[in-house]
Design a binder for this molecule. Sequence first.
Ligand code: ADP
Ligand code: TRP
Length: 328
Amino acid sequence: MREIVVSGIRPTGNLHLGNYFGAVRSFVQMQETHDCYFFIADWHSLTTSPKPENIVRSAETILAEYLACGIDPEKATIYVQSDVKEVLELYLFLNMNAYLGELERCTTFKEKARKQPDNVNAGLLTYPTLMAADILIHKAVKVPVGKDQEQNMEMARKFARRFNTMYGVEFFPEPQNYTLSERAVKIPGLDGSGKMGKSEGNCIYLYEDEASIKKKVMKAVTDSGPTVPNSEKPEVIQNLFTFLEIVSTKETYDYFNEKWNDCSIRYGDLKKQLAADIAAFNAPIRERIAEYSANRQLLRRIAEEGAEKARESARRTIEEVRQIIGFR
Ligand code: ADP
Ligand code: TRP
């Protein structure tokens, strides 16, 4: 039997390079070897009050982008969270044994509460239980997510353990975070801020073309250049090299690295090359995004078939959970 994998992304915009290299790239690889469930976390996006007219459209956007990245509905189950109501029942059960104190202590909650002080809703507080329900509903053992999700994953494990202990069963496995490389990948921003992210406003999106990528890359923060050979790179420069590492060839990386080391580097050249390489990386994905987005009928069919498969798995779990809890 293949190991079960679950992961999701909230539909709050378009996918950017951070999402791709932090999460979606793992999805594409894992679908070859694991039993995968990849979903669009539209319920989770309600914690930040999106407009009703945008809900369906936003989910379609991410679906088209998932497909464009190479997630294959023949290999993985792709669905929209709100199509699988069984998740809600598990969310309710888990919430009965989730405590105010531990939820309030989550840094993700504290951060959101700070960012939107006028809307500190119960959905934000119980974000980790809904996420745990997403994962446990398929009894997943691996969850490919970026580093920022580590605490939510810890909570998911805690809720799984608590359920098992409470009812004296070995029912839920403890899901582990999964990253392709040894350390969790963090794609930096090019504006000198730590990470690329929608709320940081520094994203390069997968749908972007060469001209707009170039504009963003040419504006990347740099310094006045190295003066001592073989010196350590300051963060903003390391960020540029991190990008070269992921989108350029090894020759390109080595070329600029040597130029850095002998202090002859010209950041303008590096940026031009980097912009071209990001554009080349984006090009095929960008083309497929346009194709899938134009075919709403296909998107709908894929979502329906995915939901059907996801519900089947969810139903099996929830029926057993009801039994265990005592609803016989
Ligand atoms: P954003 O920060 O843009 O709102 P999300 O929080 O929706 O992105 O993240 C969706 C997924 O992409 C998560 O698994 C997250 O860990 C991953 N991710 C987002 N930004 C990055 C980044 N800069 N580097 C690595 N992974 C990232
Ligand atoms: N919290 C995740 C994020 O912000 C999205 C998410 C919701 C998720 N439920 C999940 C990720 C279950 C993995 C598994 O990116």
